[in-house]
Ligand binder design. Structure first.
Ligand SMILES: Cc1cc2nc3c(=O)[nH]c(=O)nc-3n(C[C@H](O)[C@H](O)[C@H](O)COP(=O)(O)OP(=O)(O)OC[C@H]3O[C@@H](n4cnc5c(N)ncnc54)[C@H](O)[C@@H]3O)c2cc1C
Length: 522
């Protein structure tokens, strides 16, 4: 949020009660869409450089009985992490610990004029009025309490959000789908001690400890995630090490670095906003982490809200833009929560069968059967570009729908569509540039082939008159005509299609997409 605002010249303050970023070694999947945001911010290459094993490291997901056991199924190029160029996206995904991404965000945010990060600072409460939001903060080092006045407040304060409580939002859904642990440990020699070859994660399907395990960082750091553990189980370091030994079947000295319990839930806030106060990220949606949606969704929330808040503060964005945040993001969260719950329903716990570890034909038959079951139920968890890139905003008050070109039904497969509300379909242009790199920081009028000069003049004149930042980009690549199916396409600052058509329809369009209620002046 601070990066999106700061790169648009909007000053902002981030308060964080901890003394630094990166305490929770949780997410490891940075989706393609998130890296596309990083590309727009100019830091995707820095994330690649921070990769502990290099971006070429094979993003295989292996299902095995245990690290020392039999292989059941292999998925390659999970999450589209392979650094290959395809027209579907401008950036591949990346397997990297969340704390490394957070550190990159911190260092980048600190370079942006007007952005201030204040650690060791607790947000305690707030009030709001017509002038803005007054937040009560406390310096945790000195104990000093003080108040900060801001135009807006975004509660990105996680699952136990205080801001959520303060605005009276309630979480709806199911708490406690399962109990699990996330253990981070050091184990020199583990990568060489098993026969399965490199992978980003190994799902261990056995009766002792159904779990995920995988390399996490340089220095022989690994993660181990026993899933579906019983209520009341505690894991001391000694017990965690013993469990890793048992689950893997590999006897090594395991040095436990951290061990966290985490609860899988499917919860969504009943509202995301009260006046000048918004919720983003885990504060308003919580899903099981299978599919890697949580952090990635939160970053896209910040992008959606960030350009809208910036435009309002710059004076060209109207109030409906702020209303559109929840109308756009909440249905996407609902869809993704459903998908994550579906993924969570089949873990190692559910895949285990008698005889799975037996040598000989009966064991072979059991493994073949389970391998088939995994292919049927788990492939889509790792090949889910449709949920990462294909979530269209279908009920937004700031998108000009034609009424005749509905977006494709959401699903795991990505079908690029230029229907209003969808992410603009990507293409590598013949000169090697990403189509997205031609877009401006504000709106972009993409002009393809058979256009009329008077439309461009009208759009530019109206945008200038209304102060709406608009870049006109004329491109002649014939593949674009096929992909976009219209000569004029209006792209938003977040790269979603706001409108497409044959003829520029007049100033009402800019009013609508910039969030001004119809019939009202600015
Ligand atoms: C095991 C596991 C694996 C995961 N894997 C993935 C994955 O691969 N991909 C993915 O996308 N997601 C994954 N997630 C989810 C991801 O970790 C979260 O969705 C993400 O961290 C949410 O980010 P956030 O900023 O909304 O909240 P948080 O990360 O919880 O950050 C909130 C911050 O606010 C601070 N804070 C809270 N209250 C206050 C206050 N009153 N004053 C000051 N500061 C405050 C906290 O200290 C914290 O730093 C995983 C989660 C788990 C449990």
């Amino acid at each position: 949020m601070a990066i999106e605002l700061g790169s648009r010249g909007i000053p902002c303050l981030v308060v964080e009660r901890k003394d630094r970023v990166g305490y929770a070694p949780r997410a490891k999947t940075t989706h393609t869409r998130t890296r596309e945001h990083l590309r727009r911010w100019g830091i995707a290459e820095k994330l690649a450089a921070a990769s502990p094993f290099g971006v070429d490291y094979p993003s295989n997901v292996l299902f095995v009985t245990r690290l020392a056991g039999h292989r059941l199924h292999k998925i390659e190029n999970a999450f589209s992490c392979a650094p290959q160029k395809t027209d579907l996206y401008s950036e591949h995904a990346q397997w990297i610990p969340q704390y490394k991404l957070e550190e990159l965000f911190r260092t980048h945010a600190e370079t942006l004029p007007g952005v201030e990060l204040r650690f060791d600072t607790e947000f305690e409460s707030c009030t709001q009025d017509a002038e803005g939001v007054q937040s009560a903060l406390r310096d945790l080092k000195t104990g000093a309490a003080y108040t900060v006045q801001s135009d807006f407040l975004v509660g990105s304060d996680g699952a136990r959000s205080v801001v959520r409580t303060l605005i009276g939002a309630k979480l709806e859904g199911t708490y406690g789908l399962s109990r699990n642990f996330n253990v981070v440990f050091r184990a020199p020699g583990l990568a060489e001690a098993h026969p399965h070859g490199p992978a980003i994660m190994y799902w261990q399907v056995n009766a002792d400890a159904p779990s995920l395990i995988g390399p996490m960082d340089s220095g022989d750091r690994w993660f181990f995630m026993p899933t579906g553990v019983s209520e009341g189980i505690k894991l001391s370091n000694l017990e965690a090490a013993a469990l890793i030994r048992k689950a893997t079947g590999i006897d090594l000295p395991y040095e436990i670095l951290s061990s966290d319990e985490w609860i899988a839930s499917s919860l969504i806030a009943d509202k995301y906003r009260e006046g000048r106060i918004f919720l983003a990220g885990d504060a308003c949606h919580l899903h099981p982490p299978f599919g890697g949606y949580g952090m990635n969704m939160g970053i896209s929330d910040a992008v959606d809200l960030g350009w809208k808040v910036a435009s309002v503060l710059q004076g060209w964005g109207g109030p409906v833009l702020l209303d559109s945040y929840e109308r756009e993001r909440r249905p996407v969260h609902q869809l993704v929560i459903e998908e994550a719950v579906r993924n969570h329903a089949v873990l190692g716990n559910q895949l285990w069968r008698e005889r799975l570890e037996e040598d000989g034909p009966e064991g072979d038959a059991a493994r073949a059967q389970v391998g088939e079951l995994i292919a049927r139920t788990k492939n889509r968890e790792f090949q889910s570009l449709g949920f990462v890139l294909g979530c269209c905003y279908q009920n937004s008050p700031v998108i000009a729908y034609s009424g005749t070109d509905p977006p494709p039904q959401p699903g795991p497969n990505y079908h690029p569509s230029a229907a209003p509300g969808c992410l603009a379909p990507h293409l590598w242009l013949s000169d090697g540039r990403s189509l997205y790199d031609t877009f401006g920081p504000g709106f972009t009028l993409l002009v393809i082939a058979e256009y009329k000069a008077k439309d461009i003049v009208a759009a530019s004149t109206e945008a200038a008159a209304h102060g709406v930042p608009l870049k006109v980009e004329v491109l002649t690549d014939p593949r674009l005509a096929e992909l976009y199916a219209a000569p004029l396409i209006l792209i938003r600052p977040d790269q979603h299609v706001a409108w497409r058509g044959d003829v520029w329809p007049g100033p009402g369009l800019l009013d609508l997409v910039a969030g001004w209620p119809s019939g009202r002046g600015r």
